[in-house]
Design a protein around this ligand. Sequence first.
Ligand code: ARG
Length: 467
Amino acid sequence: MTDPQSSPSPAAHSAWSGRFSEPVSDLVKRYTASVFFDQRMWRQDIRGSLAHARMLARQRIIAESDLAEIESGMATIAAEIEAGKFNWNLDDEDVHLNIEKRLTALVGDAGKRLHTGRSRNDQVATDIRLWLRDTIDDIDRLLRAFQEALLATAEIHSDTPMPGFTHLQVAQPVTFGHHLLAYVEMLDRDRGRFADCRARLNRLPLGAAALAGTTFPIDREFVARELGFDGICENSLDAVSDRDFAIEFCAAASLVMTHVSRLSEELVLWMSPRIGFIDLADRFCTGSSIMPQKKNPDVPELARGKTGRVFGHLMGLLTLMKGQPLAYNKDNQEDKEPLFDTADTLVDTLRIFADMVPGIRVKAEAMAAALRQGYATATDLADYLVKKGLPFRDAHEAVARAVRACESKACDLPDLTLAELREFSPLIGDDVYGVLTVAGSLAARNHPGGTAPSQVRAAIERARKRL
Ligand code: ARG
């Protein structure tokens, strides 16, 4: 500090103010700072700094004694932050400078040597990748828990009939278990997308320094190994400026939220008293402050709403990147809030859904009643006629006439007598009632991927093995 060559300039208040003649205004300070949102990467920042310092010592760029000081200082800092006793300071702009400044206050010159051969540009890129890697691992566990919840509920309802819909019109019987398994598939693909994103992001930017690399004899492979990266970013300009991984993450999160939102829409519809297929546990619903009778499915509604916010973050990040020339620009600091909010929204949503799904109370009688009103076995009757030799188009026509007759009589297909049914085709025999029942219709779709209860149970087994 007494070294005349490092005497402070008039504006000396930050790590970079040496060349400035006046300090930034308070508004600009707040505008440019990121410490209040990037401090959540403090663990990754310390981890990255320790790996960098170990490499510097190994390469004899700093002394072993410097490394020892840095390690002990960082241990103190970690304990301070953990205990909520760390003084995060707006004057120090971001998580990196806050930690470095405290380190220097604790251990002196060794702290000042830490930034040798490094820039905040490659430092922040490293921190975000480490943070996102941890987050993806958490999300994968949550997606799996959500799948397990769906599978457990599907198992209980592997032969509970409900109407399958197309165009929101009753189409054909399916089982509730089969319906839930559709979401297990979606989540499988989601997990695959996050795994892809993780594999691509798992490369080390450090060593790129500001943008062009560094004049020090660094060992990037060593740092990569220390931090569990699969390799290094090949190009220094790309290393500091790439945020593809953040966009990929938000894209994968957007698809998870799309799936959650579709399920939410179904839960809301099913819970509407006009449909009444399910009830959700009280702890996921709220009442109305004016209408005493209400029980509203707030959680699925909010999840449906939050989906839009995650899409917005994806669009925001794409837009953030599209106009940036190489290499690092301060624009990149804007990557964090959308990324963090996407992760937070997704994590909370997945936690809640894994808890909510097993609490779905299925009202099987309402599902069965809807099936009786929707001519849900009409396709089965057409298939029956085809098996008796009628071309499918003719069978379709005959059954359509039968449905019209039911409509005027206000009854369902199995309510017609054999004589009445035979008016539409003489091929119909008394074995027809076997195919006109819901149970018969379900059991007949007996192939992998079909809704027959035995197939649903087999699909649950296969899905469990995949988990
Ligand atoms: N807080 C900055 C960010 O999040 C760190 C990198 C700053 N680099 C710079 N040259 N100003 O992007």
